[in-house]
Design a binder for this molecule. Structure first.
Ligand SMILES: [Zn+2]
Length: 399
C-alpha cells in the first residue's frame, strides 16, 4: 500500500483502507504511508471525484475506472463511498492540520452522502447519480444493506466532525450549531456555535472560559469562499468574486493570520468573547475541466457548500429541456421540499420546446427552480440534472 500512487478498485473498500492507513500513519509516524496517501488523495480529488463529493463512477466494479470518467446518469457514487470520504478526509485533516481535507469532507457530507437518505429518514439510495431521466427512486432496503446503516451512523456521528483540538488550540471545521466544552491546559472552555448555515453564511462563536486562557482559535475558511470549489483544478467557478470572508471579534474587525486554510486568532480569551464569521453565500456557476467529457458545455450551480440540481417536481415535470444562457441571472428564495425548508435558486434560463406547428423548435425564457441536490427524489420519480447544458449539441425527436 505504501507503493500505491493511483486509486483503483472498489471505492468503499478503498476508503476504509485509507482510513485505516491514516490511523496507522498517525500511530507510527510512518512517512511512507503519509506520502502514499497524499498521492492517492490527489488522484481521487483532482481526477476522480464528482462535484457532489461522490466517488466510484462505475457500477460494474462498484469503483474507479479511468481518470476523468465521471458520467452523470450512470454515476454509481455509492452512498457508502461518500461516507468513506468523510472518514478518510477527517483523518487526513487531523494528521496534517490542512483545511483542504475538510473542504472535501464538507462537499461529500452535504451532497453525495446526505443524498443517500430521504427527507423522511426511511428511504435510501445505494447509488447517487447526478442526472436521472425520471426512472430512479429511493428504496426501503437493499439485499446488500450497507448504505442505510452507514448513512445512519454518519448522521448520528456528525458531532465528531465539527471541531478539532490540540493542547494549545481549537479548530472549527464545520459550521454546525452546537455547544461543546474544550480542555485547554487546566482550563475548561465552553464554546457555543450559533448559525443557520448552510442557508446563511453568518456564524457566531461564543467562548466562555471561567478565567482568562490563552489559545489559538482556528476557524476554517472554506475553499469555496475563496474561489476554489474543490482542491485541484477539476472544477472551477465561472467567475472570480472579490468578497472575502469577514471575521469580527467582539464586533470589531480582527487581524488574524491565515495558516493551512484557517483564520487563526491567537490571544488570551475571556468569558463572553464573541467571534463572528460572515461567509459570502452567492450563487456560483461551476464548470469542470475539459477532460471530463460528461460535463462539457455544461454548468452546475453551487451556493455555500451545497450543490444544486433541477428536478422536474419544481419545473412542470421537466429537467432535460433547460439551457443556461450566457447571461443567466440567479436569485435565492425560501422554498419547501416536502416539509424541509431550504433555500432554492431561482434562475432566469431558457427552455427548448417544440413550436406549435411541430416543425421547429423554439427557445423561450423561463424561471427555473433549482433545489439542493440532497433533497431530490423525495416527491416521487421525476427527471433531475445537476449539470445543465449551456449550448445545444443534439436534438432528439421523441417517439
Ligand atoms: Zn453501501
Amino acid at each position: 500500500m505504501k507503493q500505491q500512487k493511483e486509486i483503483t478498485g472498489h471505492a468503499v473498500r478503498a476508503m476504509y483502507q485509507y482510513t485505516g492507513a491514516a490511523d496507522v500513519a498517525a500511530a507510527t509516524n510512518d512517512q511512507g504511508y503519509m506520502n502514499a496517501m497524499t498521492t492517492v488523495w490527489e488522484d481521487v480529488v483532482f481526477r476522480n471525484m464528482y462535484l457532489t463529493g461522490g466517488i466510484g463512477s462505475s457500477g460494474h466494479n462498484e469503483g474507479f475506472t479511468e481518470d476523468f470518467d465521471l458520467p452523470n446518469e450512470s454515476a454509481y457514487c455509492e452512498t457508502c463511498a461518500s461516507v468513506g470520504m468523510v472518514f478518510w478526509n477527517q483523518r487526513m485533516n487531523t494528521l496534517t492540520g490542512e483545511s483542504k481535507y475538510i473542504d472535501v469532507l464538507e462537499r461529500s457530507l452535504y451532497n453525495g452522502a446526505l443524498d443517500g437518505i430521504s427527507l423522511s429518514g426511511d428511504r435510501f439510495f445505494y447509488g447517487n447519480p447526478l442526472s436521472s431521466a425520471g426512472n430512479y427512486g429511493r428504496s426501503e432496503w437493499f439485499g446488500t444493506a450497507c448504505c442505510p446503516s452507514n448513512i445512519a451512523r454518519l448522521v448520528a456521528s456528525l458531532g465528531d466532525y465539527i471541531y478539532g483540538r490540540s493542547e494549545q488550540g481549537i479548530w472549527v471545521n464545520l459550521f454546525v450549531a452546537s455547544n461543546t466544552t474544550f480542555t485547554i491546559g487546566k482550563n475548561t472552555v465552553p464554546l457555543q456555535l450559533e448559525t443557520n448555515y448552510p442557508w446563511e453564511g453568518n456564524v457566531k462563536i461564543t467562548v466562555n472560559p471561567a478565567k482568562k486562557v490563552a489559545y489559538a482559535l482556528h476557524v476554517r475558511i472554506p475553499g469555496w469562499s475563496e474561489n476554489v470549489p474543490a482542491p485541484g483544478k477539476l472544477y472551477q467557478f465561472t467567475d472570480t468574486r472579490d468578497e472575502k470572508v469577514n471575521i469580527l471579534l467582539n464586533g470589531k474587525p480582527v487581524t488574524y493570520r491565515q495558516e493551512k486554510g484557517y483564520a487563526v486568532i491567537d490571544r488570551t480569551w475571556q468569558k463572553g468573547d464573541v467571534v463572528e464569521v460572515k461567509l459570502p453565500m452567492d450563487v456560483r456557476q461551476v464548470t469542470a475541466r475539459t477532460d471530463v467529457k460528461a460535463d462539457q458545455d455544461r454548468v452546475a450551480l453551487q451556493r455555500g457548500p451545497l450543490v444544486y440540481c433541477v428536478e422536474g417536481a419544481d419545473n412542470e415535470g421537466r429537467a432535460y429541456n433547460i439551457l443556461v444562457p450566457n447571461k443567466a441571472t440567479f436569485t435565492t428564495k425560501s422554498h419547501q421540499v416536502l416539509d424541509e425548508p431550504v433555500i432554492a435558486i431561482k434562475a432566469n434560463l431558457s427552455i427548448v420546446e417544440a413550436a406549435t406547428d411541430g416543425l421547429s423548435v423554439q427557445i423561450k425564457p423561463k424561471l427555473i427552480t433549482a433545489i439542493p441536490y440532497y433533497t431530490w427524489a423525495n416527491r416521487g420519480k421525476s427527471p433531475m440534472q445537476v449539470w445543465l447544458p449551456s449550448r445545444i449539441k443534439e436534438v432528439k425527436i421523441a417517439e
